[in-house]
Write a protein that binds this ligand. Structure first.
Ligand SMILES: [Fe+2]
Ligand SMILES: [Fe+2]
Length: 245
């Protein structure tokens, strides 16, 4: 993986691109992803204002603005939502949909001066269906770490986009996780995730899925062989320990 050019988008699975900004001086990489499905595209967790110029260059180097039909927001934080109005203006489609759980969309509406066109998967059978028939399934991940968090599961490629779950602080970042990654997730999770009960409920839910790859919003992409070690690591961390800090 040493020859990856992080100035360009990286195709991590067929038609799924990492379109983030690798800042060598940062310990926290943000990972927006672009799914290209025929003539349609979906941008997942599009990112911050700070990273917008680089993310936009990568996204629109792959697809034209009018191809993007959905912006997915797996939770409500500014590191994945703040660029919403900028992308919305460039895409300029009246039918552009913002995909989020209703608890997130209540808050995400404050990122824009416009009235946003939301699509809540939980009110639509738990799925987002693309024009091709491809299904992105919204997996509940509530309170990890915000109410209304969802993970999108791409049934076609068996890729689970996990937002802040499976994230890590990574001073020496690489696009794909290595064997040291499970322990690297500890610091972020123990600082941001609330409880073992909530985490274990989530882990049991995703263990029922057939997953080839995990794509977190921070840290590195987790390929098949590291999925079980990473799930086991999350099951063993200590959550909510700063309640009295
Ligand atoms: Fe977050
Ligand atoms: Fe985040």
């Amino acid at each position: 993986m040493e020859n990856q050019n992080y100035d360009d988008a990286i195709e991590v699975a067929p038609g799924i691109f990492w379109v983030g900004f690798y800042d060598k001086d940062a310990t926290f990489t943000c990972n927006p992803y672009l799914i290209v499905d025929g003539d349609e595209a979906v941008l997942i967790d599009c990112g911050s204002l700070a990273h917008f110029p680089i993310v936009a260059r990568k996204v629109f180097g792959i697809v034209s603005p009018s191809q993007i039909s959905h912006l997915v927001f797996q939770h409500m934080d500014p590191d994945l939502c703040a660029a919403l109005p900028l992308f919305k203006d460039i895409i300029d489609r009246p039918d552009l949909k913002m995909v989020a759980h209703w608890r997130s969309s209540m808050i995400i509406s404050y990122y824009s001066t416009d009235k946003l066109n939301f699509y809540n998967p939980e009110k639509n059978g738990g799925i987002l269906k693309l024009a091709s028939g491809r299904v992105l399934r919204a997996i509940p991940a509530h309170y990890l770490h915000t109410p209304g968090t969802i993970n999108m599961y791409d049934e076609k490629n068996k890729v689970l986009f996990t937002s802040d779950i499976f994230a890590a602080f990574t001073p020496e970042w690489e696009i794909f996780a290595d064997a040291s990654y499970p322990e690297k997730m500890r610091l972020f999770h123990e600082n941001y995730m609330p409880s073992s009960e909530i985490m274990n409920e989530y882990l049991n839910r995703i263990k029922a899925l057939d997953i080839e790859m995990l794509c977190p919003q921070h840290g590195s992409v987790i390929q098949k062989e590291l999925i079980s070690p990473c799930i086991n690591a999350l099951a063993g961390f200590e959550y909510g320990k700063f309640i009295n800090e």
